[in-house]
Design a protein around this ligand. Sequence first.
Ligand code: ATP
Ligand code: SF4
Ligand code: MG
Length: 329
Amino acid sequence: MNCLLEVSSLKAVYLVREGTIKATEDVSFEIFENTVTAIVGESASGKSTIIEAITRTLPPNGRILSGKVFYRTVGFDLLEMKEDELRKIRWKKIALVPQAAQQSLNPTMKIIDHFRDTIEAHGLNWSKDELINKASEKIKMVRLNPETVLYAYPMQLSGGMKQRVLIALALLLEPEILILDEPTSALDVLTQAHIVQLLKELKTQMNITLIFVTHDIAVAAELADNIFVIYGGCLVESSPTEKIFKEPKHPYTQGLINSIMAINADMSKVRAIPGDPPSLLNPPSGCRFHPRCEYAMEICKKERPQLIKLPDNVKVACHLYNEGGCKDE
Ligand code: ATP
Ligand code: SF4
Ligand code: MG
């Protein structure tokens, strides 16, 4: 399988009055062609920051302090590219549907005008017919009726329909990589299930690589080939989906999997992860999970564990798996 995107040692922060929020720390991963990757983690763990850093869409107070985002088919590090070069790649190669993007739909513009804006922003000179044909094709792809939807205003559409429109817009220029930040949050359970179904269809019908962010590991389980687990701004585990459910390695992942398994399990055996998520303004030293980890050792307070390779394409950042470490299961 071809590696499409190689992210290494990505470190991004936000500058705030109180200091520096260390939102991602030394994040490294690979994205393979035609796979679906889910980035999971609790709220404020840095999931959106990773996405915004690799697409260079961080808010004005965000800074990328180090890292590389090598895009194979382009042959460049996206972090090194000039803004006008990057603009050519956005949407045509990598398209992003940001978190809460529904609010970005302009209430005074019909959906077709959003499609027109997108091509104009990319300097494309499509005729009116071409625009309508391509927009209709994409609207059909997300299982909506172009005859009504293209001429509707956003307020005339339900939340689920707006989410589909955003996906159709992102597909307009037929990107290689589609990134969706929380595509199912803020939707009711039934609509969430429909969006998951739609993404499954897109995955099988299109030659596309999907990366999506979710705080819901159950949605990740349904859709993803690979799962990246983020904790406190760090990638703590990356693993094929099946493997992570059978054999989660990182103590935090084990807690997450436990909590989802609990839905069908005997509630008396459910173990919530004790403690609170770390402050990223003053994150814990060493392993950022150490204050909540039942296996924490002295080294965990001092040294941040590096991501190490285990068999079966699993990677984990935990001192238990370093040479000499062992895990009492
Ligand atoms: P959620 O699941 O709630 O969307 P997330 O995992 O996407 O959370 P991020 O939005 O990446 O998390 O935030 C990571 C950290 O950075 C959090 O502590 C958050 O409060 C902080 N943060 C995010 N955006 C900004 C900003 N523009 N200015 C300051 N801090 C920010
Ligand atoms: Fe727990 Fe230490 Fe592993 Fe962190 S490095 S998860 S504290 S055992
Ligand atoms: Mg987010």
